[in-house]
Design a protein around this ligand. Sequence first.
Ligand SMILES: Cc1cc2nc3c(=O)[nH]c(=O)nc-3n(C[C@H](O)[C@H](O)[C@H](O)COP(=O)(O)O)c2cc1C
Length: 223
Amino acid sequence: MELHQAIAQRRTVKQFDPHHRLSAEEFETLINQAMLAPTSFNLQHWRFVRIEDSTLRADMCTAAWGQVQVEQASELLVITADIKAWEKSPARYWQNVDAETRSMVVDMLTEFYRGRESLQRDEAIRSAAFAAQNLMLSARAMGYDSCPMIGFDADAVGQLIKLPADHLIVMLLAIGKPAAQPQARGGQLALHEVLLSNRFPDPIHKTTKDKTTRCTRPQRTSI
Ligand SMILES: Cc1cc2nc3c(=O)[nH]c(=O)nc-3n(C[C@H](O)[C@H](O)[C@H](O)COP(=O)(O)O)c2cc1C
């Protein structure tokens, strides 16, 4: 299947065949594809927790407020991310390059992330989200469907999987053989709303005389 077809065909499915199992090779392919997603400084924040224990699956379903796909899908992954990946032996992310380059990159990334807590967290979420998208598209290309989820009690799921304090849960991802058609698409926004040319327009505000005028605040020209 061509990539553009996988993108067009990927839909969220909420009912799965509970008897279907992915082969070991299929699962390995999925994870290998996930691990090829891009990450800033190649930090690879993702940690995928595969829920294989059926009792744990049932507990996860409860934590996800009874969403049946959590229990029915062939695979359930808790996609987590290590917020502190940047400071955990970062040389290993650059093991294949020469020592001088490795040392330079490690210095750069350490300087970039040190003390910037929000950025560290944003980065972890960004990385794991890319990996999740790879998983969903790869699953579709293999004839499977998926359901990304944020509808769950994160504290409860964190306890169930013994989430380390410096990790966060990015989403649950159910993957399997669909047992029902996806719902009709909710509706995509118009192109003009999501695609901007060069910058956002100045905000429009009302004057005291109720005359509409352009804001005169200086524009931010770059980030
Ligand atoms: C971060 C995220 C969280 C979501 N959480 C849930 C969820 O908890 N339960 C659910 O049934 N669908 C969930 N969805 C699926 C969305 O409802 C779905 O992606 C959206 O309606 C667009 O439909 P599509 O994926 O078929 O294109 C989630 C999707 C994303 C990306």
